[in-house]
Design a protein. Sequence first.
Lengths: 128, 302
Amino acid sequence: MIEFRIDRRSGVATYLQIVQQTKQALRLGLLEPGDRLPTAREVVEATAINPNTVLKAYRELEREGLVEARRGLGTFVRKSLVGAATGSPLGRELTEWMRRAHTTGLDRESVAALFQAALDEEFPEGEQ
Amino acid sequence: MTYEGAALEAAGLDMKYGRSSNHVLRDCSFRLPTGRICALVGANGAGKSTLLALASGLLRPAEGTIRMLGGTPAEVRERFAYVAQSKPLFPQLTVAETLRLGAELNPRRWDQAAAERIAYNDGPEPGARIRKLSGGQRTRVALALAFGKRAELLLLDEPMADLDPLARQRLTGALMAETVEHGTTIVMSSHVIAELEGACDYLFLLGSGRMRLAGECDEILAAHRRLTGMQGEFGQHTVIEERGAGRGRTALVRPNGDTDAGSWDVEEPSLEEVLLAHLRNPDAPDLRTRSATPAPRLEAAV
């Protein structure tokens, strides 16, 4: 069973932290189709967050087609995200790009800034 | 206008102690929809405990009306629970006896399993006497009584003040878990803003005798922005607080219209930032969202 970690200081909305951690677990294969997500009760008991926050996160995951709520049984994973991650061609290209940035002498912060700028341009905040 | 049900609703509350000319509450009006977990915050002496005592019916307002769960506090006594800051319990009873007392006093509503979940999870032994308990364990027992009663509305005055950070987190988790199935409405006062931020979805900020901010945490946050830029002033936006930022100025504002119109860096503030800015600036205008505004009939009744 996945356990969510909530960081109040991160500046990321709590429901988004749950969405992001679920997606990360799907990418890494830690969650697979058929696996059950913890109930709202289990999540709030462990994290002391508001129940509506959990429900909002699960609704969002459901809207994206990643999980489904089965009445009286719980919320289950529908779709895997493995393949979008490190081993894929896109992942390999990114690793290669990082290596080139490194050899041209860029430091970690400059690479992070470049990456973030490109990310923000291609995926503006608020867009899913 | 239609309203979802209100757990707690007040209009024109006025309260002062003794002959003092200092009003603790003055024309205080607010509304709390059912099913919300509401943080009641304010500076020391702002009237948080007074407000909860008025809501519970322990005190009577000098003026104004207070309605809860569709009745007066006296009419709905069975359906709400009030846990005072001092957590009054009988010191000579054991924990188990205290819970049995709760069962005897609430014969039709008592939920022993819920009471035991709150009381005993990493808490005291059933046979332990109340007078021997630590502050945190007393808090657990007091909250267990409130939950065993299956109250629809819980009024908790500084419930976590005696607890260490781990116990706070666990007990808040236990409270949230109990509310999942029953849709319990909770009002809890505190001055530790961070501890309430994750658990609460509704906020009351009490100051100068009235509700300075009241409404959904999301909506209150969405009504504020931090603007930083070289311009000396912030146009049509309502400034809550401003200060210098290098060669420019930075301000917490309530936007009136588009914030992109100026050449500011626009940020979303945290709830803590919004609260602190209002605490530092008592003259900032009040903000009450639609669901936090009492029904017109109640205001008319004053």
